[in-house]
Each structure stands twice: as structure tokens, then as C-alpha cells.
Design a protein around this ligand. Structure first.
Ligand SMILES: Nc1nc2c(ncn2[C@@H]2O[C@H](COP(=O)(O)OP(=O)(O)OP(=O)(O)O)[C@@H](O)[C@H]2O)c(=O)[nH]1
Ligand SMILES: [Mg+2]
Length: 217
């Protein structure tokens, strides 16, 4: 009996298309970041806070991924930043083809940075390369300090982890030290920034690191 491994074929085809996207991004001299997290961890809020601080220096475009609605794209457009909403229906992640298709309509010429906000999901988005330069994860500290151990795949796949909503630590009983130690156990080389989009704590440190990253490309 010949068993076809459909999953690995899908991922192989996805990687091929991601390479095509990468070539296109290189042609436009564009730095691309893929933001991933569970629903509601604060991806759009992190984008808003980042955009507010750097949009005078960089021309930014955003691709939003959600099952339904253009709510997140509208939030980004309210900051006068062009945003393209992908709605995936029932699919729990963005893939390279969705990004490729979006680029037929969404023109990136002249942009310096592309931010992609993936579908809110702590598992699937990590498996699908999009052709990005940087994978960033937003994790809301109130989700629990043990989550990196239970859901290691995304923590393992990213270069930077933004531990968001630290303003809620006093009300949650979560230990930030334990959470950081668990992230390091799963991904020893990850850069970790405890941040609060509510108070602004840690955001400048994240931005300084991010700008260093762009400049080192
Ligand atoms: N207290 C607190 N709330 C925050 C912080 N960051 C974001 N929020 C709130 O968390 C909620 C979800 O934030 P979003 O930015 O919409 O989260 P998201 O990850 O984009 O959500 P999806 O796109 O639906 O997956 C909103 O009510 C935000 O105002 C923070 O640092 N502290
Ligand atoms: Mg969002």
C-alpha cells in the first residue's frame, strides 16, 4: 500500500510559494514581519503602537488575516496606513498562496515595511512560511506561564516573543519569571520583551530591537 503524506505535500508546496513571495519582497526591498498569537493576545494593538512610533520614518503596509470581518484592517487604516484584509473562512492560518494572491491587488511598491497579522491561533500559523524576514509572537501573560511548555511549536518557531499585557500581572497571579524561564526552555535564542500596550512599558525596547533588525538586513 502506498500512503501519501498529504500534510507534508501541502507544506512543501507552501514553502515553494513562500520562496516566490520572498523573491518578490526582495525586489521591492521590503522587510516583512509575520505577527502570530492566540486570539486576542494583542497583535493588532502591538501593530498600532509600533506604527504610531515609527510611521514618520518608514512607509508601512499591513496585511490582516482573520476568519471573518475587516475590523482589524479598519483599525490600521484609521492610522492612515494601507491595509489589506484576507478573510480565510474556516482556515486557521495564513499561507503563502493567500499572501501571493493578495499581492495581485495590494501594491507594495514604495513600502519599506510589511506587517502581516496572522489569524489568531496558537498552533497552525507557525507551520506555514509566508516568505517573511522575521517571525514575531505576541503572548498575553494572562494566558498562563505554562503555555510555552504545552504549545511549544510557535514559541520555538519565532525570533522574538512579546510578552504583552504585563499591566495585568498584579490581577492574574501569573509569574513573569516563570513564564520567561518557560519560553527560554522552549526557545533558548528567542529575544523576549515584556511589554504593555496599555501603559507603554517595554515598547521602546521592542522598537529599538526591531529597528536594529531592519537595519541589519
Ligand atoms: N490590559 C491590556 N489590554 C490590552 C493590551 N494589549 C491589548 N489589549 C487589549 O486586548 C484586547 C485584544 O487586543 P487585540 O489587539 O485586538 O488582539 P489581537 O491579537 O489582534 O486579536 P485577534 O486579531 O482577534 O486575534 C483588546 O481589548 C485590547 O485593547 C495590554 O497591554 N494590556
Ligand atoms: Mg487582531
Amino acid at each position: 500500500m502506498h500512503i501519501i503524506d498529504v500534510n507534508s505535500q501541502i507544506l512543501k508546496e507552501n514553502s515553494r510559494l513562500a520562496e516566490e513571495n520572498k523573491k518578490l519582497f526582495a525586489k521591492y526591498d521590503l522587510h516583512v514581519t509575520n505577527f502570530m498569537s492566540a486570539p486576542g493576545a494583542g497583535k493588532t494593538t502591538v501593530l498600532e503602537e509600533t506604527i504610531k512610533r515609527i510611521s514618520s520614518k518608514y512607509k508601512i503596509s499591513v496585511i490582516e488575516g482573520d476568519l471573518r470581518t475587516s475590523i482589524d484592517s479598519e483599525r490600521i487604516e484609521a492610522l492612515n496606513i494601507p491595509s489589506y484584509q484576507i478573510t480565510t473562512g474556516t482556515v486557521c492560518h495564513l499561507d503563502a498562496r493567500m499572501i501571493h494572491n493578495a499581492l495581485h491587488d495590494f501594491k507594495l511598491e514604495g513600502s519599506d515595511l510589511l506587517f502581516i497579522e496572522n489569524v489568531g491561533n496558537l498552533v497552525c500559523p507557525a507551520d506555514f512560511e509566508l516568505g517573511e524576514d522575521l517571525k514575531a509572537m505576541v503572548f498575553s501573560v494572562v494566558e498562563g506561564a505554562e503555555k510555552p511548555k504545552k504549545y511549544p511549536v510557535m514559541f520555538h518557531s519565532v525570533e522574538v516573543v512579546l510578552l504583552n499585557k504585563i499591566d495585568l500581572i498584579p490581577y492574574s497571579g501569573v509569574s513573569l519569571e516563570e513564564l520567561i524561564s518557560n519560553v527560554k526552555e522552549v526557545n533558548p535564542s528567542a529575544k523576549i520583551f515584556p511589554i504593555s500596550c496599555r501603559t507603554g512599558e517595554g515598547i521602546d525596547e521592542w522598537i529599538d530591537w526591531f529597528i536594529g533588525k531592519i537595519n541589519s538586513k
